[in-house]
Design a protein around this ligand. Structure first.
Ligand code: FES
Ligand SMILES: [Fe+2]
Length: 451
């Protein structure tokens, strides 16, 4: 009895392999994305990217998203359709269907379905029977929208379909948006968490193996966290010589993410209102697989055009190339190694969270609440219900010349970080040039105040 009590009281000490639990439990509300699960239903209330436009050619494509097997196609008149895999006649797979001028035909008996799933033709049957079947049933279909090289779908109840959100960073003049995808063999929550974990950039991407992004990221800096409406921000404020670098990572619920430049910002040169280097959705394929669908963004306010290559997208996405030998992955781990190594579905109940995980704690809490609210019949919020398109966002880099004043530099960094964020919030009702002018002028005045 004595020994037992002793063992229980020293669980933080060494050699606790036998005493410590080997398995915990996952955050069951958040890790499930299938039909009928709380979070699966919640995620179905939003437009989600499901493929790259270039992946859809003349043949139908079998895809998986939110645990559903679906068939994505483009008919011969150029319209996209996303339908249930199985034909309502005798369950043949629509992946073997034939794209028609008007929708898709099942390969087995030639039934023709429009892009919205309605049956247009049942060949070889008496007209009366065919019409009866057409009135009674259809092929399950979801609304699809092609947008700048990504294909989005809405998998929820049609009456709750929200307006399609267009974020402000997609409308910046002179920037190039290149669509890409990155597949992860693990649950979506593990991939999503990283965006609100600004300190992992210092360790995983800088100090642990080699500088995977710009050199300046090795500094720890001061961390600031913000939560407003559906937006969660993690700002890292670093001192680089006489400059203060405010880098902001962003999550817009449920799964849209942005962050500053991976390569062009390092704190050494002034940046007045640099914007995100990617616009990215973390989409559950099923509970054990995730795909990040995104645009990498190139231009003066994001990353340099030299990185506009397939390798460049992978490095922006996770710090290293994706397809590497096991030894390389061990020597130079990137995000894929960090998050896939947690297992297909991590045991969140065994985590030990610390102050730098604050934004992760906050967003998961809010997400759980939204999932539970939906179960009780409360309709979820949408960014397009709060703001008008283009939706204001904050992921990006600002570097101002504010030398240390010989006093408490951490306090100075926190102060500059707060002001930089407030300046952007103050301009959120403006769009385009007007917003840029107000924010940039205010940043320059802030800088001048410290001369
Ligand atoms: S199974 Fe599809 S038309 Fe018969
Ligand atoms: Fe990362």
């Amino acid at each position: 009895m004595q020994l037992m009590a002793k063992a229980e009281s020293i669980t933080a000490a060494g050699y606790q392999g036998y005493q410590q639990p080997h398995r915990g439990a996952s955050d069951e509300i958040l890790v499930r994305s299938g039909r009928g699960s709380a979070c699966g239903e919640y995620l179905r209330r939003y437009w989600q990217p499901v493929a790259l436009t270039r992946e859809v050619e003349d043949l139908p494509r079998l895809i998986r998203v939110l645990g559903e097997e679906l068939v994505l196609f483009r008919d011969k008149s150029g319209r996209y359709g996303l339908v249930h895999k199985q034909c309502p006649h005798r369950r043949a797979s629509m992946e073997f269907g034939v794209c028609d001028e008007n929708g898709i035909r099942c390969c087995y008996h030639g039934w023709l379905f429009d892009v919205d799933g309605r049956i247009l033709e049942i060949p070889g049957q008496p007209q009366a029977n065919a019409e009866l079947v057409m009135q009674k049933t259809s092929l399950g279909a979801y609304p699809v929208r092609e947008f700048r090289g990504l294909i989005f779908a809405y998998l929820g109840p049609i009456e709750d379909m929200p307006e399609f959100p267009v974020y402000d960073t997609l409308e910046i003049e002179g920037q190039t948006l290149e669509p890409y995808r990155a597949d992860y063999s693990c649950n979506w929550l593990q991939v999503l968490d990283a965006i609100l974990d600004p300190i992992h950039t210092t360790f995983l991407h800088s100090r642990m193996s080699r500088a995977q992004f710009s050199e300046g990221m090795a500094e720890i800096g001061e961390l600031l966290f913000y939560q407003r409406e559906m937006s969660f921000l993690g700002a890292n404020v670093r001192r680089v010589g006489d400059n203060v670098w405010v880098r902001v990572n962003e999550l817009v619920l449920p799964n849209y993410t942005q962050a500053g430049a991976a390569f062009s910002a390092d704190g050494t040169r002034p940046i007045y209102y640099g914007r995100t280097a990617f616009s990215r959705w973390v989409v559950p394929i099923d509970d054990e697989n995730t795909t990040a669908f995104a645009w990498a963004i190139f231009g003066d306010r994001a990353d340099p055009k030299e990185y506009n290559t397939p390798e460049g997208y992978e490095m922006i996405e996770q710090g290293e190339r994706l397809d590497r030998s096991y030894e390389e992955r061990q020597r130079f781990p990137g995000d894929a190694e960090a998050v896939e190594g947690m297992g297909r579905i991590a045991d969140q109940k065994m985590e030990h969270l610390v102050p730098s995980d604050k934004a992760i704690i906050q967003y998961r809490k809010k997400l759980r609440k939204l999932c539970r609210d939906l179960e009780k019949g409360v309709k979820p919020e949408h960014v397009t219900g709060i703001w008008k398109n283009p939706i204001p966002t904050y992921g990006g880099d600002t570097v101002l010349r504010v030398p240390a004043d010989g006093k408490d530099d951490a306090a100075l960094l926190n102060d500059i970080g707060e002001r930089v964020m407030q300046i952007q919030y103050d301009a959120e009702d403006l769009v385009g040039d007007a917003r840029d002018r107000q924010v940039i002028d205010a940043f320059k005045s802030l800088e001048a105040a410290y001369r």
